[in-house]
Design a binder for this molecule. Structure first.
Ligand code: PBG
Length: 349
């Protein structure tokens, strides 16, 4: 017996392990449960909700089956149903009565989101209410902040027409965040990819005595075609140009790390990657580079394409929705913003 054979003899007690059979651990549901590496729980879900002014509104969003625009009164019932199933948080988007060039509707304490926030915090004090913080729903041009246009406030002849005015927008974001926090929002979630937005919002909140309000930054948000159905839902498509001048190029992942790094330095409490499914590698990279809680946004297009395929009988809705979310978890997200939140919580219950 040579040395190798002697060692084999000792470690295998003389028994050959035989062929590899990974199937042994897949045979029964119990065994699969025992060796499952990734979990999906209702407590990881954030439910996005669209709020418009009015009373008794429940208006279907055609491009997003099963999703609705709500008014501040009706949204309470929908959020309560989700909370009852174990969903801990909602994120609110507003559709204002009217739009203008600087999005002043976002500064209105009686606007749809602050009104809904007050109603939700009154009836469901434990529910985490996040305010999506962006101007695109409130500006008539549909861009995410103040834009350089002749005749408009702050016009600069040295900048191109249609250029998003970064620092003016920061000032507006700070003011709007204080309005939303004063209405009871627990988390401000800036989604405009405006440079310096986290720092500006942190400073404005702190100056207003809102130092207990958290910031979840849409840190790595890509200029994505998958937002198509949302722009219907929030009635916010850009009226000219596109968002490529401020949202990230889908081809970049290293730049996402830089975006995250800056937001962390500016005081973000949580960071986000958006969309989710086409950017699983970015989720994984951010997870590895950053210790903050990480959210991923399964956006409107990801939701609607599963629905559309299911409506054609091509995909199983429940199975594919769950599989997509487990994939996002496996990539490294701690929590998911998803239009499936209520459905998933029900399926898991
Ligand atoms: C607003 C905003 C958008 C989404 C969330 N916040 C749209 C956009 O940037 O065009 C997209 C969400 C979705 O598609 O579900 N800035």
């Amino acid at each position: 017996m040579n040395e190798d054979q002697a060692r084999d003899e000792r470690t295998s007690c003389g028994v050959s392990p035989g062929p590899v059979r990974l199937r042994r651990l897949r045979f029964s549901a119990g065994m699969r449960a025992l060796v499952r590496e990734t979990d999906l729980r209702a407590s990881q879900l954030i439910y996005p909700l669209f709020i418009r002014p009015g009373v008794g509104v429940k208006r279907p969003i055609v491009s997003m089956p099963g999703q609705f625009q709500w008014s501040p009164d009706t949204v309470v019932e929908e959020a309560a149903a989700a909370a009852e199933l174990g969903v801990p948080a909602v994120v609110l988007f507003g559709i204002p009565e009217s739009k203008d060039s600087c999005g002043s509707g976002n500064l209105d304490p009686e606007g749809p989101v602050p009104s809904a926030t007050r109603a939700l915090k009154k009836e469901l004090p434990e529910l985490v209410v996040m305010s999506d913080m962006c101007f695109c729903e409130y500006t008539e041009h549909g861009h995410c902040g103040a834009v350089n246009l002749p005749g408009e406030l702050g016009y600069r002849a040295d900048l191109p027409e249609g250029y998003l005015l970064n620092d003016q927008t920061l000032e507006l974001l700070g003011r709007a965040s204080v309005v939303h926090a004063s209405a009871g929002a627990d988390v401000i979630a800036p989604s405009g990819m405006i440079d310096g937005m986290v720092g500006a919002i942190r400073a404005a909140l702190d100056a207003a005595g809102q130092d207990h309000i958290a910031i979840m930054s849409y840190a790595a948000k890509y200029a994505s075609g998958f937002y198509g159905p949302f722009r219907d839902a929030a009635e916010s498509p850009p009226q000219f140009g596109d968002r490529d001048q401020y949202q990230m190029d889908p081809a970049n992942w290293r730049q996402a790390l830089r975006e995250v790094e800056l937001d962390v330095a500016e005081g973000a409490d949580m960071v986000m990657v958006k969309p989710a499914m086409p950017y699983l590698d970015v989720i994984r990279a951010v997870r590895a580079a950053c210790a903050l809680p990480l959210a991923a946004y399964q956006v409107s297009g990801e939701y609607s394409m599963i629905h559309a395929a299911a409506a054609n009988g091509w995909l199983d809705l429940q199975r594919c929705a769950l599989e997509s979310l487990v994939g996002i978890r496996r990539a490294g997200a701690d929590m998911m913003i998803t239009y499936f939140a209520k459905d998933v919580a029900r399926w898991l219950a």
